[in-house]
Design a protein. Structure first.
Length: 103
């Protein structure tokens, strides 16, 4: 399982996957010219979400489709529903606190 880590530095938010920098993936879509961010809805968090999906799925087109699908809903799902939704969409990793280690 991959480990994703995020850190807020003097240079902004830095995210790694297995200790290597997570590519911003502007080759898929330019959602933010400011790199990654989290904690609010906006372009930089959207770029981070897309980069995470692209890394996890290893398929840029599929990542963009799933990113757009998630962005237009804005709905909350309970833990079990999230697991079922992600499993249906091809995610086979544990969820939430056990899925991504971001700190």
């Amino acid at each position: 399982m991959k480990t994703y880590r995020g850190d807020r530095t003097i240079d902004g938010v830095q995210v790694t996957v297995d200790d290597a920098p997570l590519p911003v993936r502007e080759d898929i879509a330019v959602l933010s010219r400011d790199g990654f961010e989290w904690s609010y809805e906006g372009e930089a968090p959207a770029q981070l979400a897309l980069a995470l999906l692209a890394d996890h799925l290893c398929d840029p087109k599929r990542a963009l489709r799933r990113h757009r699908r998630g962005a237009d809903g804005g709905r909350r799902l309970k833990r079990r529903a999230r697991r079922e939704t992600l499993a249906h969409q091809g995610f086979n990793a544990p969820l939430a606190s056990d899925m991504l280690v971001i700190y």
